[in-house]
Design a protein around this ligand. Structure first.
Ligand code: FUL
Length: 440
């Protein structure tokens, strides 16, 4: 559950907003292009077989003798992840960096004789291997004594935000998780102002109650599934804003932290592909939860599954058949496999058609469509059709497209395929229309 009930929401006194006028920020479109990230949980819970610690565990249990952040980052990359969010502090209050504002941290652990800094190791490894870095700092803190006093805790949390934002280089995403915080009032505006002072490009992930502050929204479940109809602009307390959805789901069934003898709960490749198609394939972001074990390493089973997942994606989406029909086509910018170019219908058009004509029949079982979002999300209704012996056959009928839409249908062989956009809120702009054969 992630609700901040009783959060005092300042309603922006804005005039009437029009859905189709809302556009993403450059930081948001850049973030949407990353598509896959990981969220890493590691801390005292790793040593106590718990998902939620109560803040009383002695930091002496924390001693990851083989900690290797480079291994975590390499495993995430093999799965296709482009960013990593590190849980710097979970609900138990234990800090993975040496904070000046508490002793409940790595400083009080035997690991590296209290001189270690997990955040430093992870942020360095991300930069070395080319992943963007983000942090999760739980507002709910079951250890910190000042938590009982709202104003005192605001000062504490805000000081920790400043520490994180000023010490570890770029923070791309800042996770505000609402779990456990029912009834507590936080000064989020000040926290975010502090964050943005040091990190003007950081995007705020926020769940339901925090939506007014969010640049990225929680999709609403931990199953890794966005709705088939997925709009980037959502209304929060009367304020329309671009807030793309992020789908967070753990690699191991229901477990964010590592637990002993739990290899069986590593999700199957088939399950992960379904999750991918229900998240990235529906225009949302996928964030897989990874959990290093008590040695400080991702277990072999998890590393192997992440690689299998990445390999499967590279195999499924490695050969775009539509690119073969790009040369000389009026829709070449949508067919060329280059997401930096797009085809646009005339400004007044509210429907459009993109045709793919091959010299010889091709066999495919899925289409991948991407909308050019800088001017807003427009497509509302579309069909994917193939010309077969007795005319056009509809292979798929969809609603929204957004960043990316992957539609899987019965394997079909045809020389002509078309994307028919039947309704759009503004001129349809298509970055990519691609075809793949996933069953070869
Ligand atoms: C939830 C937390 O309560 C879980 O422990 C985990 O951190 C997940 C990602 O968010 O709200």
């Amino acid at each position: 559950m992630r609700w901040f009930l009783g959060l005092p929401v300042v309603l922006a006194a804005l005039g009437a907003q029009n859905f189709t006028d809302i556009q993403p920020s450059p930081q948001q479109t850049e973030w949407q292009d990353m598509e896959i990230g990981v969220l890493i949980h590691f801390g005292l819970n790793t040593y106590t077989d718990k998902e939620w610690g109560d803040g009383t565990v002695d930091p002496k249990v924390f001693n990851p003798a083989q900690l290797d952040a480079g291994q975590w980052v390499a495993a995430a990359k093999a799965a296709g992840a482009r960013y990593l969010i590190m849980v710097a502090k979970h609900h138990d209050g234990f800090c993975l960096w040496p904070s000046r504002y508490t002793r409940y941290s790595v400083q009080s652990s035997p690991w590296k004789s209290g001189k270690g800094d997990v955040l430093r190791e992870v942020s360095d490894a991300c930069r070395r291997q080319g992943l963007r870095f983000g942090v999760y700092l739980s507002p709910w803190d079951r250890h910190e004594p000042s938590y009982r006093d709202n104003a005192a805790y605001d000062r504490h949390y805000n000081a920790q935000v400043a520490e994180l934002a000023s010490r570890y280089g770029e923070i791309r995403e800042f996770w505000l998780d609402g779990a456990g915080s029912e009834g507590h009032v936080y000064d989020f505006q000040t926290y975010i102002r502090t964050l943005h002072t040091y990190q003007p490009n950081a995007l705020i992930f926020a769940d339901v109650g925090l939506l007014p502050y969010g640049d990225i929204r929680w999709v609403g479940n931990e199953a890794g599934a966005a709705p088939e109809e997925n709009w980037n602009v959502v209304d929060a307390y009367g304020v329309l804003r671009w807030r793309p959805a992020e789908c967070d789901t753990p690699l191991r069934e229901a477990h964010w932290f590592w637990h002993p003898h739990d290899e069986r709960s590593v999700k199957s490749l088939e399950k992960l592909l379904e999750i991918y198609h229900h998240s990235v394939g529906r225009g949302a972001q996928l964030v897989l939860g990874l959990a290093p074990d008590d040695r400080g390493l991702l277990p072999d089973a998890d590393v192997a599954r992440l690689r299998e997942f990445g390999d499967a994606l590279r195999r499924l989406y490695g050969h775009n058949l539509a690119a073969g029909a790009a040369a000389g086509s009026p829709w070449a910018a949508a067919l060329d496999g280059d997401p930096d170019t797009f085809w646009s219908a005339p400004p007044d058009a509210r429907n459009a058609e993109i045709g793919v004509r091959f010299l010889a029949p091709v066999t495919f079982d899925r289409a991948l469509t991407m909308e050019w979002l800088n001017n807003g999300q427009n497509v509302q209704k579309y069909d994917i059709q193939a010309r077969v012996e007795n005319g056009w056959r509809t292979l798929y009928t969809g609603t929204s497209v957004g960043h990316k839409k992957i539609d899987i249908f019965p394997r079909t062989t045809a020389r002509e395929v078309r994307l028919r956009i039947r309704m759009a809120a503004g001129a349809p702009r298509i970055r990519e229309f691609q075809l793949y054969d996933g069953s070869h």
